[in-house]
Design a protein around this ligand. Structure first.
Ligand SMILES: [Mg+2]
Length: 129
């Protein structure tokens, strides 16, 4: 069945690219959904069962960091795996996202980087999907 994935990015081309990369990666992938910002992402999470969120940081309406804070405060959704996929290079900001339990990879990324980040999160969470 694989991971049901939500790709969150305000850039449509980037969403397509990230979606393609996950399908090409050795990760077992189920459905791939898209959202253009954090608010839309929360809507998608209410509609579908999602195992993994690939999250951009800089987005209008609700950015990645605001989204992650809301996600972690939600009793049902708080354990959702999140990998931040961003051009962000501010170390304090990256650390804040890690403190909220997110993995981090720079975009553009190689498929194996994504797989490694996901496996690390799964190991941390001590669970299998
Ligand atoms: Mg962006």
């Amino acid at each position: 069945m694989g991971y049901h994935i939500l790709v969150v990015d305000d850039n449509r081309i980037m969403r397509e690219m990230v979606g393609k990369s996950v399908r090409l990666s050795p990760l077992e992938v189920g459905e791939v959904y898209q959202a253009a910002n954090g608010a839309e992402a929360l809507e998608r999470l209410g509609e579908h069962l999602i195992d993994l969120v690939l999250l951009d940081i800089n987005m209008p309406v609700m950015n990645g960091e605001q989204f992650l804070e809301k996600l972690r405060a939600d009793p049902v959704l708080k354990h959702t795996l999140v990998v931040v996929v961003s051009t962000e290079s501010s170390l304090p900001r990256i650390q804040r996202l890690r403190d909220l339990g997110a993995g981090f990879i720079h975009k553009p990324f190689r498929p194996e980087e994504l797989v490694k980040a996901v496996h690390e999160l799964v190991a941390q969470a001590g669970r299998r999907i």
